[in-house]
Design a protein around this ligand. Structure first.
Ligand code: JQ2
Length: 497
């Protein structure tokens, strides 16, 4: 592993869930459910809770009226407790963290909320009328920018390698456009993505804040620090704060787009100056984004269903062709269009020790046999796939124009026989937000890059990636072929007995 890779590896191990501090736009206490005694408190508790919060003693003062309601919530199955202070100036939220209760207070949004719900209803109606998913993405970015007043709202989609792509944007011109730019996976490391899959909405009102310490740092009984994974006020990793400053964004809010339980992307809001939105507006943004996520899921499910129907027709024709031919390989070669359509390939070759057949755009036979020698090193795999053969088999660079992507399925253990599908190289130019390969090392650690200007990279020796559905279709056809081979072997065995 190179030094840069190990640096980024270290970055993805930063324990961002236990920073030991919060952001100053609220206050936090950790309570023992049995007696509502305070176990930890942020140092600014007095400012928000109105009186000294004494460690080891039950909450009182402005929090006393909450005790009964918090106890009732804690005994229920509700994930989160929300309430306003009697005076209406504070919004309280609580959640369970291990055996404790984390209670947070922020200044409440005292502006009237009427009109918000009719605006939300209006957005959902727009969403349901937008035929194309991109129109829905843009509608969500426009609506959230109007609702929150951030300078720029991005819809940021992850690709299979967790690189991000800005696929929609709404802005007022105060910040540069990032539309269509891509950002490397390291910009949002794995532990952050995991956290954002459960804690969907996060706000950083001012990237120049001073963290407020939580005291005592560790639980007197367990010695453990407070786990702020689900907290609203969690202080943010210094490296990301630096990233925001480098990007010229003093405030940000991110809302996770969860599609079928997986982090599809983020709706990411930025302002050049400090900016905040109250909890009620953040909740409304979460509602908007999850409504968008359902629209995306419906689109994906619809496409999957249509693909499955078409694939079942193709597979049925291939099975019929194999059944009617003298061998499975002859049956496949006699249905070339279906053989390629099974996985969306441009060429295919069936190769055994003494036989070779090919359809569509394939490398020269000697090059296919060179791939076969490489496949023999994959002893434990019945299916081998890549969209960049040259990256794993350098000799492949010589015929990347026909074979940058391959799916190879092993047909027989006994003889080296394989069915290999091919995809050609798809040379493309990618626009990154800054040079994604630039790792800034200072004071013994890496820092975020300072420039996010469009940085063009020509990507070669890669094919269009195979989808999970195409790999599954390859596995299904392998199962059918192996079944035919086994039945043929049994028939021969019976004849010879
Ligand atoms: C323009 C497109 C775009 C990008 C690329 C982006 C990045 C981004 N990074 C985020 C978080 C983190 N990045 C990093 C780490 C890095 N960022 C870097 O640029 C590098 C090199 C690292 C590893 C050291 C870490 C530790 C975190 C966790 C912060 C926390 O929640 O405590 C976060 C999440 C911040 C949040 O939601 O609170 C984002 C979202 C903001 N955002 C964008 O709008």
């Amino acid at each position: 592993m190179s030094r840069s890779e190990s640096d980024l590896e270290a970055c993805s191990r930063e324990p961002i869930h236990i920073p030991g501090a919060i952001q100053p736009h609220g206050a936090l206490v950790v309570l023992r459910p049995a007696d509502m005694a305070v176990v930890h408190a942020s140092r600014n508790a007095l400012e928000f809770f109105g009186e000294e919060v004494a460690i080891g003693r039950p909450i009182g003062g402005r929090l006393a009226p909450l005790v009964a309601a918090i106890r009732e919530w804690y005994a229920s199955s509700a994930p989160v407790f929300q309430s306003n202070s009697v005076e209406g100036d504070l919004q309280f939220t609580a959640h369970r963290s291990g055996h404790s209760i984390i209670l947070e207070a922020e200044r409440a949004d005292t502006r009237p909320l009427e009109g918000l719900f009719s605006r939300l209803r209006g957005f959902v109606e727009i969403l349901s009328t937008r035929p194309d998913p991109n129109g829905s993405l843009q509608a969500a970015a426009d609506f959230i920018r109007e609702l929150t007043g951030f300078d720029r709202v991005l819809v940021y989609r992850f690709d299979p390698d967790w690189n991000g792509h800005v696929v929609a944007e709404a802005g007022n011109g105060n910040l540069p456009s990032y539309l269509d730019l891509r950002f490397p996976a390291a910009d949002i490391p794995a532990q952050a993505r995991a956290l954002y899959a459960s804690n969907r909405v996060r706000i950083i009102p001012d990237a120049y804040y001073e963290p407020i310490a939580i005291e005592p740092a560790n639980d007197p009984e367990t010695g453990e620090p407070v786990d702020l994974s689900q907290a609203q006020l969690r202080s943010v990793s210094p490296v990301h704060i630096e990233y925001m400053r480098n990007m010229g964004t003093a405030a940000s809010m991110s809302v996770s787009v969860m599609v079928d339980g997986r982090l599809w992307g983020l709706v990411s809001c930025h302002s050049a100056k400090a900016h905040t939105v109250a909890g009620t507006i953040r909740d409304a943004c979460d509602f908007i984004v999850q409504s968008l996520a359902m629209r995306i899921a419906a689109q994906v499910h619809g496409e999957d269903a249509a693909n499955r129907v078409e694939l079942s027709r193709i597979s049925a024709r291939l099975l019929a062709s194999m059944a009617a031919a003298s061998s499975w390989s002859e049956g496949l070669v006699q249905a070339p269009e279906d053989l390629l359509a099974q996985v969306g390939a441009s060429g295919a070759a069936i190769i055994t020790e003494d036989n070779y057949a090919a359809v569509g755009a394939v490398p020269a036979e000697r090059n296919v046999r060179a791939i076969l020698e490489w496949l023999k090193t994959k002893e434990d795999q019945d299916i081998v796939s890549t969209n960049s053969l040259a990256a794993e088999f350098p000799q492949g660079e010589a015929f990347a124009s026909e074979a940058s992507g391959i799916i190879a399925i092993r047909i027989s253990e006994l003889y080296a026989s394989w069915l290999i599908w091919f995809r050609p190289e798809a040379v493309r130019t990618v626009q990154w937000g800054g040079n994604p390969h630039k790792i800034v090392r200072e004071e013994g650690r890496i820092h975020p890059r300072k420039s996010f200007d469009a940085w063009r990279e020509q990507v070669s020796l890669q094919a269009v990636p195979w989808t999970e559905a195409q790999l599954s279709a390859a596995r299904d056809l392998r199962g059918a072929i192996v079944g035919i081979v086994l039945r043929k072997a049994e028939e021969l065995a019976e004849l010879s007995s």
